[in-house]
Design a binder for this molecule. Structure first.
Ligand SMILES: Cc1cc2nc3c(=O)[nH]c(=O)nc-3n(C[C@H](O)[C@H](O)[C@H](O)COP(=O)(O)O)c2cc1C
Length: 328
């Protein structure tokens, strides 16, 4: 039995969130996560329109035997934000999003309906800001995370946030073993938000090629690329990624610095990058740009969501016993 703020607040068995992953997360994965005793999260962006999003949430409300979270992009690039917030507020899921200076509006709108708002942060400044806005907890995104990683390792970030902020801290990044989970909890985290290890699951909707890559490649094969969204994002260093490079080309970076064109160039880079990632996620293509973090190191085969959760917990229990033996 593991008892933390995360397990108590959401009435889940284990202190694990299956992290929201653009294109990867699906309702089926969230349903299986709940059956396995953890809470799954999904980006609203995985549905194309607010109408499809609402249908998706209704399905989750009906079939998911536990809590689930929705991840929103809270900035101007998200043209459906207002409608998405209304839908979240209506159906009361957990709500989880990237930090934004507009977080306050979201918190005010959703909390009265019982929705918990958990914000991604990468440092103390962001953490204190969302604390002052009334967030319920923070996700501490560390330098080992898949996707847009933070600059600080977990061993520094968790204690730093614990010392300077009064919100419950959930760690995100690099957890793929039970020992990793134990170490995060010992550092003071209330749970872990785990993404990359769930990409190669039986329930995941992505292509066989993407799943096989997660199994075959390891931590040493992860590089940061600005080609995907304009900001550094972790991808598998496939031959195609090596061919196109991980930095924007000279024309793109010159245009990004131009005051008038900056906004449009960023939007174009984002759009082109997202299309590339989307095509690679679902089809067999030689343009293999697959997003994943270093914790794919611990994934050696394609398995059901529940098998991964069970393994994390049994490894955690063994590690805890070994640790207790060291003390006695
Ligand atoms: C393929 C992939 C897609 C992701 N998409 C999103 C996203 O849409 N929104 C978000 O807030 N975080 C996203 N993340 C970050 C995860 O939510 C989480 O912070 C991260 O996976 C934790 O690190 P880990 O992969 O080492 O477990 C993504 C991560 C990956 C690997």
């Amino acid at each position: 039995m593991i008892k933390t703020w995360l397990t108590d607040t959401f009435n889940i068995k284990y202190p694990i969130i299956m992290a929201p992953m653009f294109l990867v997360s699906s309702n089926e994965m969230l349903i299986k996560a709940a059956e396995a005793g953890i809470m799954g999260c999904i980006p609203a962006l995985n549905w194309r329109t607010p109408e499809e999003f609402e249908e998706g949430i209704k399905e989750l409300k009906e079939k998911c035997q536990g809590p689930f979270g929705i991840n929103l992009i809270v900035n101007k690039s998200n043209i459906h934000l207002k409608k998405q917030i209304d839908i979240c507020a209506k159906y009361v899921p957990v709500f989880y999003h990237y930090f934004s200076w507009k977080s306050g509006e979201v918190i005010k709108k959703c909390q009265p309906n019982g929705t918990k708002v958990i914000c991604d942060v990468v440092d103390v400044t962001y953490a204190q800001k969302v604390e002052s806005l009334g967030a319920d907890a923070i996700i501490a995104v560390n330098s080992g995370a898949g996707g847009h990683a933070g600059p600080t390792p977990a061993s520094i970030l968790i204690p730093l946030l614990k010392k300077n902020c009064n919100l419950p801290v959930i760690t995100a990044g690099g957890i793929g073993t039970g020992t990793g989970l134990l170490s995060a909890l010992s550092l003071g985290a209330e749970g872990a938000s785990i993404g990359s290890p769930f990409i190669a699951t039986e329930e995941s909707p992505v292509s066989q090629e993407y799943k096989d890559a997660v199994v075959q490649y390891g931590a040493k094969d992860i590089v940061l690329s600005t080609k995907v969204s304009g900001t550094p994002c972790t991808v598998i260093n496939t031959p195609y990624v090596q061919k196109i490079g991980t930095e924007q080309n000279m024309v793109e970076s010159l245009l990004t610095k131009n005051k008038k064109l900056k906004k449009y160039v960023k939007m174009l880079t984002y759009y082109k990058g997202m299309k590339l990632v989307e095509n690679a996620a679902f089809a067999a293509t030689y343009k293999t740009v697959w997003c994943a973090g270093p914790s794919i190191e611990f994934i050696n085969k394609i398995e059901p969501v529940k098998t991964i959760v069970d393994r994390l917990i049994s490894e955690y229990e063994v590690a805890l016993e070994e640790f207790k033996n060291k003390l006695s």
